[in-house]
Design a protein around this ligand. Structure first.
Ligand code: GTQ
Length: 347
């Protein structure tokens, strides 16, 4: 019997023992650099919007629990993942609707795309949404969403959901439950969390082991003002323009333990240098139009479009002439950083 035939026979027997020879797979398991399954992709808001609005005619928020269209990376079909570790969806809530209260171990962020006046409730406090606001639902906290009725001036509100669903799934750490009530009790004033933690101060005896920021809404106006001032005061970064990360003000750490969130300003005509990093990043444009070069992909983006850059792909961002660009983005950077796995290359 030739050696090759003996080996084949041996491999067959191994499979029956739930064993496998590492020497056949080592090169795929331990690679020189990341080999993402996900691919660069863009979702144009103008193309998604009719489907989002059509969902509003077909199912209520209450029946759907969450009326969301999931942005699926074409490299991971059927996996409800926009990156290897993160999820993205577009959620619609119509006037008078409620998305009933539940909680889960997955952390969620909302980035408001269109409409105003809807609210999210967390920890007994409601926050009213406006475009560009970044809102957090921490792990295992009750949350429900609602919208004033038409008579009260409600309008359709659409936001981008970012969750760590694939990450939590990879760890088999998902738990969830529904609240007995449709809406949680509201026992705080709107703005209370921001008053406590949003002004570079915290209550004198504040101590918390919660890894998530106690600010659960970061209003766009304030974040935008910081970018505008920094642009006027300082030289920009050649790769990022002015790029800031949202923080937990009580620790200086990430606003969320598993998802890094960023707001970035590229002045009109900005042509960024090429960088790579091992965090896969989801971007949405808030203001202005430009071009994202991600590997071989060239994406023209406008406000509310969503695009994704896989780990270690070369990325370059440009703002069109006459268009100041603001980008919101999120990635698994806090996880990589905490585990010593974050790598960046700035050419
Ligand atoms: O709003 O709680 O897009 O639980 C996916 C799962 C949104 C939410 C999503 C969720 C939510």
């Amino acid at each position: 019997m030739s050696l090759e035939v003996q080996r084949q026979e041996y491999y067959r027997e191994l499979a029956g023992q739930n064993l496998s020879p590492l020497w056949l797979s080592l090169h795929n398991l331990v690679t020189e650099s990341p080999r993402p399954s996900i691919v660069p992709a863009i979702w144009k808001y103008d193309e998604m919007r009719p489907y989002v609005m059509a969902a509003g005619e077909l199912i209520t928020a209450e029946e759907a629990v969450r009326r969301v269209l999931v942005l699926e990376n074409p490299g991971l079909p059927g996996k409800s993942s926009i990156t290897q570790s993160l999820y993205a969806g577009i959620q619609l809530i119509l006037p008078g609707e409620t998305a009933p209260s539940h909680r889960h171990t997955q952390s969620a962020l909302r980035f408001v795309l269109e409409g105003r006046g809807a609210w999210t409730a967390v920890n007994g406090e409601r926050t009213t949404m406006s475009p560009g606001d970044f809102i957090i639902t921490p792990s295992w906290h009750w949350h429900d969403h609602g919208n004033p009725t038409l008579e009260e001036g409600g309008e359709p509100v659409v936001w981008l959901d970012g969750l760590d669903i694939p990450l939590v799934a990879s760890l088999d750490a998902g738990f969830a439950e529904n609240h007995v009530a449709k809406e949680q009790d509201v026992y705080k004033h709107e703005g209370e969390s921001f008053a406590r933690f949003g002004y570079n101060m915290t209550p004198v005896r504040h101590r918390s082991a919660d890894p998530t920021s106690p600010i659960f809404s970061y209003p766009y106006e304030r974040s935008r003002e910081a970018l505008d001032k920094l642009y006027r005061f300082e030289a920009m970064d050649e790769y990022d323009g002015v790029k800031m990360r949202y923080i937990n003000p009580t620790t200086g750490g990430w606003a969320m333990p598993t998802i890094g969130t960023f707001l970035q300003y590229l002045p009109a005509g900005f042509a960024g240098k090429t960088y790579r990093s091992s965090d896969s990043t989801v971007y949405t444009a808030v203001e202005g139009s430009g071009t994202a070069y991600i590997g071989d992909a060239v994406f023209k983006f406008s406000p509310r479009d969503v695009f994704v850059a896989p780990s270690w792909y070369p990325v370059r961002l440009e703002a069109d002439a006459g268009e100041d660009v603001v980008l919101f983005s999120y990635s698994d950077r806090p996880v990589l950083e905490a585990l010593g796995l974050l790598r960046e290359a700035r050419a």
